[in-house]
Design a protein around this ligand. Structure first.
Ligand code: MD3
Ligand code: FE
Length: 214
């Protein structure tokens, strides 16, 4: 008899550090609804390639929903309550987003997680995110919840210093990561995305990153 450690419908949990874990497949049953909500919100605030303070155009295209949206331009990084492209507030956080983030955070013991910002990242093969820290959030206690959809990515998870060795792990469609505790301020990045195609998204990876920004 085969010993089934994990029934296929049950998400597997991979602990990373105190307060941080990968929840494999946690978003799988809600993936279509999440992607439908992305399609709806980009009709209001389209994906765009932001420019870094150093003047580089990012290979990842971004947009936001919720009360606050993360933006970058040559004057710096910051959260804004309006989309600078449209001059209007960011689209509201879709209920399916808020519920997923809340449920995932609760798996790690973060009760009543209510993110006020969701950065939506769109990668195509070749897009990458260089090693960086997320330091623009006022609330350093609340976790970040990230949801991977579409084609896969290799995530790099470093240490407190840029020079610290990073560990690599793959994130697939439906995987959710909850980053709480001290891991909140570790360096991290995404390797250049490999050529691939996904039945629902085509040659695209979507990453939803929920935060408490303000
Ligand atoms: C680990 N995005 O948008 S999300 C970002 O896959 C970002 O699009 C990546 O890093 C992506 O800033 C990774 C996961 C994530 C977010 C914040 C973290 C991982 C983190 C903060 C500390 C450590
Ligand atoms: Fe980040």
């Amino acid at each position: 008899m085969t010993l089934e450690l994990f029934a296929s419908h049950e998400p597997r949990r991979q602990p990373l550090a105190p307060g941080a874990a990968i929840l494999r497949g946690f978003a799988t049953t809600r993936a279509d609804a999440l992607l439908d909500a992305v399609d709806a919100l980009v009709r209001h605030s389209p994906f765009r390639h932001l420019v870094t303070p150093g003047g580089h155009r990012m290979s990842v295209a971004m947009t936001n929903c919720g009360a606050w949206g993360w933006t970058s331009d040559t004057s710096g990084y910051r959260y804004r309550d309006e989309d600078p492209e449209t001059g209007r507030p960011w689209p509201a956080m879709p209920p399916v987003f808020a519920a997923l983030a809340r449920d995932a955070a609760a798996e790690l013991g973060f009760d009543d997680y209510a993110p006020d910002a969701c950065l939506v990242n769109r990668y195509v093969p070749g897009s990458k995110l260089s090693m960086h820290q997320d330091l623009d959030e006022a609330d350093a206690v609340a976790p970040i919840v990230s949801v991977s959809l579409g084609i896969g990515a290799t995530f790099l998870w470093g240490g407190a210093r840029r020079s610290d060795r990073a560990v690599a792990f793959d994130l697939s469609h439906g995987d959710v990561v909850v980053w709480g505790g001290a891991s909140r301020h570790r360096f991290h990045g995404v390797r250049p995305i490999a050529e691939a195609s996904h039945a629902r998204t085509g040659r695209v990876r979507i990453n939803l990153t929920f935060r408490r920004a303000r």
